[in-house]
Design a protein around this ligand. Structure first.
Ligand SMILES: Nc1ncnc2c1ncn2[C@@H]1O[C@H](COP(=O)(O)OP(=O)(O)OP(=O)(O)O)[C@@H](O)[C@H]1O
Length: 227
């Protein structure tokens, strides 16, 4: 069976204008198919985060075309784009952005509230199921600041799964962790790839992490070297 193309970037160019016009992405073109676990690597400043902002529809100021789930998203209005983000994309960042005033369970539920369709009971049930995947159900009632760094990152990944996203995008998800916790987090991503066929695009400096993914997109000076 031919796998669906989940992300397609076609000739993406991006410029920043301060202090002078500088091209930071140069004809970026690639496809990611369903179930692929892909990492993006390249030296600091080569454009990885800039690319991720565009792919996640947060930055709309670029030339070229972006298709998500075989639908053109370039040029669509903010309302449409926020729907796409909430329904189709799960985010995992270097710093977890969990909210300390809410419990672990409530933090995982937050992306679910944005879809506005399910009752609180349903959302709690789904969030608990997501925590169970990572063996974090016994921490559900704690506050994030009562968890270790690795546990916080597991909660962030559980949160990214809340709306069963088509794709998970990560920006340095192991960047702030020691070796032991990086390995734990990598194994979680690997499990999502193998057991759930989850499509994932992860920006990383961690060569060991990247080696374990299905494919590495290498960037240099705003270009993709291998597509
Ligand atoms: N808002 C901005 N205005 C001007 N230049 C910017 C802006 N944001 C990023 N840049 C420049 O664009 C280039 C790409 O930055 P980007 O953050 O995408 O790199 P990166 O590969 O993610 O780097 P790192 O690995 O250090 O996070 C860099 O030269 C950076 O200085």
């Amino acid at each position: 069976m031919k796998e669906k193309v989940v992300i397609e970037a076609k000739g993406i160019n991006k410029y920043f204008y301060s202090p002078v016009k500088t091209q930071v992405l140069n004809e970026v073109t690639f496809q990611i198919k369903r179930g692929e676990f892909v990492s993006v690597m390249g030296k600091s400043g080569c454009g990885k985060s800039t690319l991720l902002y565009i792919l996640s529809t947060m930055d709309t100021d670029y030339d070229g075309q972006l298709f998500l789930d075989e639908e053109l998203v370039t040029g669509k209005n903010q309302n449409f784009l926020s729907q796409i983000r909430n329904r189709k994309i799960g985010f995992v960042f270097q710093f977890h952005y969990l909210l300390n005033e809410f419990s672990v369970l409530e933090n995982v539920m937050i992306p679910g509230l944005k879809l506005n369709q399910r009752s609180r009971d349903e959302l709690e049930h789904i969030a608990m199921e997501k925590l169970k995947i990572f063996d974090m159900q016994n921490h559900a009632m704690k506050k994030p600041n009562q968890l270790s760094g690795g546990q916080k990152q597991r909660v962030s990944i559980a949160r990214s799964l809340m709306n069963d996203p088509l794709i998970i995008m990560g920006d340095e998800p192991t960047g702030n962790l020691d070796k032991k916790n990086s390995d734990i987090v990598f194994n979680i991503f690997k499990e999502l790839a193998e057991e759930f066929h989850q499509t994932m695009l992860i920006v990383t400096h961690d060569a060991e992490f990247a080696k374990g993914t299905d494919r590495i997109i290498e960037m240099e000076d705003g270009r993709v070297l291998n597509n």
